[in-house]
Every structure is written in structure tokens, then in C-alpha cells.
Design a protein around this ligand. Structure first.
Ligand code: PEP
Ligand code: MG
Length: 328
């Protein structure tokens, strides 16, 4: 099977009825870049920039950040890369940042992390913005912000980037041809104000790891809870469907970048909900490409709508049955 997946490297993930699905990889370090060519992925849908900070004993300087981002873009060539601004704090504490000025956090996942920390300590994000803009000279730069909970946080983060862009432009630096700004949807509250958010963003990326832990109030790393809540629960799938439908109606591209998209049955369900961009762990690219290539999308979309209208518990069994019946 391993050999069979390796052969899929040059195959395009397109369904039997001709629907192209973008299959991209999640990455975070230079070592991950080889996965692009090994898997034949369409690009990097989530570059976790905090990894460079987590493996460093001291705060990575702007120049070291710029070099990493440039290497990432060079490795990707014509393929798209989406950089996520640092998602540190919470359980990813950095020894060289003074995190606990307010004392230990009881709920780090819901704590002072990601964009919340970045907006408060904006020197950190200013340096990162400059590093990203410089690295993206001459090409499209896709930037997304983690843990956006309210539209104004996105506005603030985007404005910070635009100020740095203007600063660099005024000094004659070569600019990216375009900067596209997106929000991660991983805090459920954001879904209630999508009508306000969507006109502001260039794209949306659903982080199903955090999203599902917040939807179910269930720690994503707790072993006793791992089997209790299913990604194929009607609550999650209905939630996703509303978000996907609303984003699609507004013409905003929407991707899924959490682990859910790397599992064939879950990815099939996502495609049935209208997702056509997945960013997944590199090892999953082969299996997901194989699933996509065996799929007829139109009947799946119809089946999903029916199953979600009248579910009797998680849709895992029903979707497995559908997959078997349709030889997926
Ligand atoms: C997510 O939350 O789904 C996600 C992709 O981000 P991370 O796993 O890095 O929190
Ligand atoms: Mg997350």
C-alpha cells in the first residue's frame, strides 16, 4: 500500500465526476519541506510559524524568520503557501517570553495565546510581519491569523501588517505582488459573526482540532475523551456546513487545516459538505488522494444533506456504508 500511495505522487486529486480537490500539507520546520515533493501536494495550506520559536532557546530574530520564510517559499515554487502567524502561549509557552505575568493559567487552551498574545505584544507580530513581507517579495503572500474570536481582532492584525507593508514600501523594499489575509475559524463564537467577518477576509481556514475541542468542551489531548466525541457527529458536521455554505455564498474560499481532513472518511464527509481544500499531515496525502480519486462527489453531497437532516447519532456507520456501496 505504501508503494501504491507513493505512485499517487504524480496523480491529481480529482473526483471521478471531475471535481478538483486541493490537497496541501501542514508544515512548520525546514525539515518538513521535503514532504512537498515527496507527496506531490498542491502547496502548504498551514505553515505553523511558532515551531521556529518553540525549537529555539532565544527569540528568533527577524532575519532568521525571514530566511526560514524565504526557504519555504523557494521550496514551494509555484505552489501556494499559507503562513499562520505565531500560535504561542497557552500550552506552548516560551521560556524567553514572560508568559506568567498574570500567574499560571488554569485553561491554557483558552488562555492568553495566539492572536490574543500577538496583539498585546505587538512588537513580536511587527517583526514577524516585516519578515514575512520581505520574504514574500515578488510573489503572493498568504497570511492567516490563529484563534480569531471577533472580527475586530482580524482588523487589528491586518492593520498591523498593512502598517509594516507601508513602512517597508516607503524605504523602497521590493513588495509581495499581493498580500492575502485570512482568518482561522477555530473559536466557535466567530461563526456567529461570519456575516461581519467574511467581507473583510480573503480566505477562511477551519482549524478542526481547536474548533471541536471548543464545540464539545472536550480537551483535544485528553485520552479519556478521544473516543467519546466523534468528528462525524451531527453537531460538528452541521456547524461546518453552515460555515461552508455561508463562506461559499460570500465567495470566500474555505479550507480545512485540522487533523480531521487527514482521515479518509472524515475528509470524504468534508467534501460532501462542500470543502475542496484540505491541508493535512504529509503522511495522509496518499490515502486522501486515493479516496478523492475514487469518489463521485455529486451523489455524496446529496447523501450528506439527507444524513444531516435526520441523524441518529454519529454518521460514521452510515458514511462507511455509503463509501462501501460506492466503492470509495
Ligand atoms: C487546529 O486547531 O485545527 C489547527 C490546525 O491548529 P493547531 O493544531 O496548530 O492548533
Ligand atoms: Mg488551532
Amino acid at each position: 500500500r505504501r508503494a501504491a500511495f507513493a505512485q499517487l505522487r504524480n496523480e491529481i486529486p480529482i473526483t471521478r465526476d471531475g471535481h478538483r480537490v486541493q490537497v496541501m500539507v501542514n508544515a512548520g520546520l525546514r525539515d518538513d519541506l521535503a514532504a512537498l515533493d515527496l507527496t506531490g501536494a498542491d502547496g502548504i495550506g498551514l505553515f505553523r510559524t511558532e515551531f521556529q520559536f518553540l525549537v529555539s532557546a532565544t527569540l528568533p530574530q527577524r532575519e532568521a524568520q525571514r530566511r526560514l520564510y524565504k526557504d519555504v517559499l523557494d521550496a514551494a515554487g509555484d505552489r501556494a503557501v499559507t503562513f499562520r502567524t505565531v500560535d504561542i502561549g497557552g500550552d506552548k509557552a516560551l521560556p524567553y517570553l514572560n508568559h506568567d505575568e498574570e500567574g499560571e493559567e488554569e485553561n491554557p487552551a483558552m488562555g492568553w495565546r495566539a492572536l490574543r498574545l500577538a496583539l498585546d505584544r505587538n512588537g513580536l507580530m511587527k517583526a514577524q510581519a516585516r519578515a514575512l513581507i520581505e520574504a514574500g517579495a515578488g510573489r503572493t503572500l498568504n497570511v492567516m491569523f490563529p484563534m480569531v474570536s471577533e472580527p475586530w481582532e482580524f482588523d487589528q492584525a491586518r492593520a498591523l501588517f498593512e502598517t509594516q507593508r507601508a513602512w517597508l514600501a516607503a524605504r523602497g523594499r521590493k513588495m509581495p505582488s499581493e498580500i492575502r489575509y485570512g482568518a482561522m475559524l477555530e473559536v466557535p463564537a466567530l461563526a456567529e459573526v461570519l456575516d461581519i467577518l467574511l467581507p473583510r477576509v480573503d480566505f477562511l481556514s477551519i482549524g478542526t482540532n481547536d474548533l471541536t475541542q471548543f464545540l464539545f468542551a472536550a480537551d483535544r489531548a485528553h485520552p479519556k475523551l478521544a473516543l467519546r466525541y466523534d468528528w462525524l457527529s451531527p453537531s460538528i458536521l452541521r456547524f461546518l456546513k453552515r460555515v461552508i455554505d455561508q463562506a461559499s455564498a460570500a465567495g470566500v474560499p474555505v479550507a480545512v487545516c485540522g487533523e480531521m481532513g487527514g482521515r479518509p472518511l472524515e475528509a470524504m464527509a468534508l467534501i460532501g459538505l462542500g470543502i475542496d481544500r484540505l491541508s493535512i499531515t504529509p503522511a495522509a496525502v496518499g490515502p486522501i488522494k486515493a479516496m478523492v480519486r475514487s469518489l463521485d462527489r455529486a451523489p455524496l453531497v446529496e447523501a450528506m444533506a439527507g444524513l444531516l437532516a435526520n441523524p441518529h447519532g454519529p454518521l460514521r456507520d452510515a458514511l462507511t456504508e455509503w463509501a462501501v456501496r460506492h466503492s470509495v
